[in-house]
Ligand binder design. Structure first.
Ligand code: ATP
Ligand code: MG
Length: 250
């Protein structure tokens, strides 16, 4: 392959800091091998990789849905590897899962309310609802509609909004544009950019649309068969031969 991974940049003050993480499914598949990466407060970082590279596994490991075999994960300086997923949500870690995972028979508003389980106070819930309805006005219009009847793009907006209801400090998004028409992809990425401008929310974005991901993010990592093979600023990645050949078809 040639190119050695660049030395990691300083991790001082990282919000998320992952070191030497290894994940195996059963005895056979090594899904992640020696993965070290970090996200600083207020940063948007992209994670790029082909199908099966381990992107979803990586996000699930951070969320506490998959247990690593070895390695360390810190959030805001504190080791979180032993915490259950709900406790990580309470600390501010939120995941918008691949495929959205909405409760299709519940309404938009009910799906959102379920996102607040970490703090169920009514006043707080209303404030959070207001926030996400401001970010995605179409969800306010469809508050009483069943989630299963939303379009793909609306469903993705709902999945993001639901994750925001837990008031995260760190938002992970697993392929938010998958299966959505381009116009709505732009609307979703624009909403994420607005959210970032307004609140400086740190994000970790898995996205097949590499140019869009690297436009939104300031830095990124490239994952290949469970290993980080390249990292750098978005500009560096867009200029790299690996990214141009494998992900931009140039
Ligand atoms: N529950 C599981 N049991 C066994 N193997 C799994 C499981 N989940 C994922 N894998 C394997 O781990 C590897 C990484 O999968 P993962 O879903 O993390 O990749 P991905 O980069 O998210 O791919 P995609 O772009 O298709 O979503 C793949 O080889 C996959 O087959
Ligand atoms: Mg995936």
């Amino acid at each position: 392959m040639g190119a050695e991974p660049a030395p990691p940049v300083s991790r001082d003050g990282a919000l998320l800091d992952m070191r030497d993480v290894e994940v195996a499914y059963g005895a056979g598949v090594l899904a992640l091998q020696g993965v070290s990466l970090h996200v600083r407060p207020g940063e948007i970082v992209a994670l790029i990789g082909a199908n099966g590279a381990g992107k979803t596994t990586l996000l699930k490991t951070i969320a506490g849905l998959v247990a690593p075999r070895s390695g360390e994960i810190r959030f805001a300086g504190r080791p979180i590897g032993d915490l259950e997923a709900p406790d990580r949500v309470r600390l501010g870690v939120a995941l918008v899962p691949e495929g959205r995972r909405l409760f299709s028979r519940l309404t938009v508003a009910e799906n959102l309310t379920l996102g607040t389980f970490t703090n169920a106070e009514a006043a707080h819930r209303r404030e959070m609802l207001d926030r996400v309805y401001t970010l995605f006005p179409v969800l306010r219009e469809r508050a009483r509609q069943r989630a299963g009847t939303l379009s793909g793009g609306e469903g993705q907006m709902l999945a993001i909004a639901r994750a925001l209801m837990s008031r995260p400090r760190f938002l992970m998004l697993d392929e938010p544009s998958l299966g959505i028409m381009p116009r709505l992809v732009d609307a979703i990425l624009e909403a994420l950019a607005r959210l970032h401008r307004a609140e400086g929310l740190a994000m970790f974005l898995v996205e097949q649309n590499v140019p869009a991901a690297l436009e939104l993010a300031t830095r990124g990592y490239v994952l290949q068969t469970g290993r980080v093979v390249l990292e750098g600023t978005s500009r560096d990645l867009l200029g790299s031969e690996l990214v141009r050949k494998a992900y931009l078809g140039m």
